[in-house]
Write a protein that binds this ligand. Structure first.
Ligand SMILES: [Cu+2]
Length: 526
């Protein structure tokens, strides 16, 4: 035996060496495969940018009614093969909804898909039961008809599904659209305002296609932020250009991607004017060369064009504030073209940009009655995964609160609050940069940093229906990085749990609504 073992030893060493080498090769191959796809650095700018149609509205005075139908579709994306997509009143994405402050909007959302969904009005100040979060499911074949009065300033908002655990896939397949709010104050300002002409929606997304031309819908590789695509779409158009005919062009930038952060600027590094953030116009135009947008964030900018020039909107490596590997795996090293603006040889003059835009009343820390802390961890907030049956926070109507959000995870995260717009008091104790001084509803929170938000809960107490707060990296949101808060009138108690829960306002086809019942909010988490 002993001799035998001695004899076998060299063989074992060789075998071990072979296994070790094979293992290294396998790990190496896995790492190479895991490398996140990088989007094309330069674009051919081969396709005229599509402009989402304005949704046709039925208007009677200030009552405005929209109809949205979610359905399956086929989209070309310039690839010579049709890709199965989802869309709203079309094959991919949805029409732009447009309403005025003071309007009473009713939106009939019909689910023409084969799975349950919801429709959330991102950035909208509205009653929680109209919010379209996970508690307002729309079963296949049924219609949900929320209605509310627009009570917030002119802004670029958006809408997208928000079903429990299914948001990433549904948004990725194409369910999203822009929601523009107008008001008298903004209308009086000399800003480019002709939709699709000098006021252009720019819905930025990244996609990954399989070799058969279909969407790669599950993340590849080891990045924990989820899907990063190698193809950039703007309004569903790959490698897009847009011919412009006026000197000043307003771009309504929306990051509608699942995970990718864009750091947008022009190819020649020219200044542009930031005129709006998530929740509306800023006090005065801010000259910038870059604006960074995490998923869910918006910015309105105005760029000045010269006759005949071609100017590329480019995404530069975003400042993610993460470690080298985490940053690289989240697209932190990526640089690529987004959209080309082609100026006509003769450009119509726009009036000069106003020096002042709108009054944005500052919320002061001294006015806050309470500070809450939100600690972002891996797929959880304050140590809890999203639980539809537990209310995480209760806020008193009329309160102004500071929410301190800290990222204790090595991964990039964002923080989005439903129902209100907030202001940023400070980032790691420092005053926020100009691009973060307006109304916001979504903000990037880099690893090992903290941010203090301040917000006022002016309306819509409801003891039963909660609002959500969550990371807007959709994979994280789906994995449970979300919580719920109720807004209660002073002295009001949370409603008891089901079965006393009111149902979401729901349309016809009652026979088809049994697939997913609203959740059971109301239980208090200790
Ligand atoms: Cu996250």
């Amino acid at each position: 035996m002993k001799a035998g073992r001695r004899l076998l030893k060299p063989g074992r060493v060789v075998l071990a060496a072979i296994l070790a080498i094979a293992g290294l090769v396998a790990v190496g191959a896995a790492v190479l495969r895991a490398r996140p796809p990088h989007p094309p650095a330069t674009s051919a700018f081969a396709h005229e940018l599509a402009i989402p149609p304005l949704a046709t509205a039925r208007r009677h005075g200030s009552d405005v009614t929209f109809y949205l139908r979610l359905r399956e579709g086929m989209s070309g994306f310039g690839r010579g093969v049709m890709t199965r997509t989802w869309g709203i009143n079309g094959n991919y994405l949805g029409p732009t909804l447009r309403a005025r402050r003071g309007d009473r909007v009713t939106i009939h959302v019909t689910n023409g898909l084969t799975e349950s969904t919801t429709m959330h009005w991102h950035g909208m100040h509205l009653p929680a039961r109209m919010d379209g979060g996970p508690h307002q499911p729309i079963a296949p074949g049924s219609t949900w008809s929320p209605s509310w009065t627009i009570r917030q300033p002119a802004a670029t908002l958006w809408y997208h599904p928000h079903p429990d655990g299914r948001t990433a896939d549904q948004v990725y397949r194409g369910l999203a659209g822009m929601f523009i709010i107008d008001d008298d104050q903004a209308a009086r300002l000399a800003l480019p305002h002709r939709y699709g002409v000098d006021d252009i929606p720019v819905i930025i997304q990244d996609k990954l296609f399989r070799s058969d031309g279909q969407l790669q819908r599950s993340p590849r590789g080891i990045s924990n932020v989820g899907l990063l695509g190698d193809t950039i779409l703007v309004n569903g158009t790959p490698s897009p250009y847009r011919t412009v005919t006026t000197r000043c062009i307003r771009l309504r930038l929306l990051n509608a991607s699942n995970a990718r952060v864009y750091n947008l600027g022009f190819s020649d590094n020219r200044d542009f004017a930031l005129i709006g953030t998530d929740g509306g116009l800023v006090r005065a135009p801010v000259p910038l060369t870059r604006v960074q947008l995490a998923p869910g964030e918006r910015a309105e900018i105005v760029v000045t064009m010269h006759p005949g020039e071609h100017l590329a909107l480019h995404s530069y490596p975003p400042a993610l504030g993460a470690g080298f590997l985490a940053s690289r795996l989240a697209g932190g090293g990526d640089s690529f073209d987004v959209l080309q603006l082609r100026a006509a040889d003769r450009l119509a003059q726009n009036p000069a940009l106003p020096h002042r835009l709108v009054a944005v009343p500052a919320l002061h820390a001294e006015s806050a009655t309470r500070t809450r802390t939100f600690e972002l961890g891996e797929d959880e907030i304050n140590g809890h995964h999203m639980d539809m049956s537990h209310i995480d926070q209760t806020v008193t109507l009329g309160a102004t609160e500071i929410w301190k959000v800290t990222n204790h995870d090595g991964s990039p995260h964002t923080f989005h609050v439903h129902g209100v717009q907030f202001q940023i008091l400070d980032q790691n104790g420092a005053a926020p940069p100009p691009a973060l001084r307006g109304w916001k509803d979504t903000v990037y929170v880099a690893p090992e940093t903290g941010i203090r938000l301040i917000m006022h809960f002016a309306d819509y107490a409801d003891p039963a229906w909660p609002y959500m707060f969550h990371c807007h990296i959709l994979r994280h949101e789906d994995a449970g990085m979300m919580g719920q808060f109720l807004v209660l009138a002073p002295g009001q108690r949370p409603a008891p749990a089901m079965p006393a829960m009111p149902r979401a306002p729901s349309g016809p086809d009652p026979g088809m609504t049994g697939m997913s019942e609203p959740g059971v909010p109301g239980g208090q988490r200790g």
